[in-house]
Design a binder for this molecule. Sequence first.
Ligand code: TIU
Length: 221
Amino acid sequence: MTIAVAASPFPFPFDAGRAALAVIDMQRDFIESGGFGASLGNDVARLQAIVPTVAALIALFRARGLPILHTRESHLPDLSDCPPAKRNRGAASPRIGDSGAMGRLLVRGEPGNAIIDACAPLAGEMVVDKPGKGMFFATDCDAMLRARGITQIVFAGVTTEVCVQTSMREANDRGYECLLITDATESYFEEFKAATIAMITAQGAIVGWATGFHELEASIA
Ligand code: TIU
C-alpha cells in the first residue's frame, strides 16, 4: 500500500514495505571543527544546524520499524582505496590521511571518522563504509538493500550536492525511487543546496522527489 507524501514536483508514493532511510555521512569529519570538511576551508556550523532534524528522522524510522542505512566516507589506513586523484584534490593541506585534531582525516576507525553521537547507528542498522562520494561505488549497498526488498530510499545527510546527490543519482540509475528530505540535508554552500534540490526534482523528478521532514512525518507517523 502506498501513501501519497506531499513532495516536489508531485506526491511521492511512499510504501513502508519497500522503503529505507539512507543517512549519508553524518560524521565528525564533516560536521565538527578539526575534521576533513573544515580542513577544506568550510564553515561546519551550517551542517550542525540540521542535526536535530536528522535525529528526528532517524527516530521516525525507528518508531515505524523501518530499515535504516548509515554511510561513512572513509579510507583504509594504508589509503589503498584512495586514488591519488582524490587525495591530491583540494587547494588546502592537510590532505586525506594526514593527521588532524581528531586523528587522521577521513581514515576508517579514527575518532573524526565516527558518526556523530546524535545520529549514531543502533545495533541491527546497516552501516556502510564507502571510499567514494556515492554510496554504491565499491560497497555492498545495492545487495544489502535488495536483500531486504527495498526499492525506495529516503535520503538525509551531508553534503547535499556532494555525497547525498551522488548517492541519489546512483540510486536512481539502479531503479530506486528517491526522496530527499530538504531540512535533513545541508551543504557548506547555501546556493548549491538550493540548486541540487531544483535539479533533482526538475523535468518531472528526473532524479527524484524532495519534501520537508514534517510533510513526511505527517503522512507516515
Ligand atoms: N566536501 C564536501 O562537501 N563533501 C564531501 O567531501 N563528502 C560528503 O559530502 N560526504
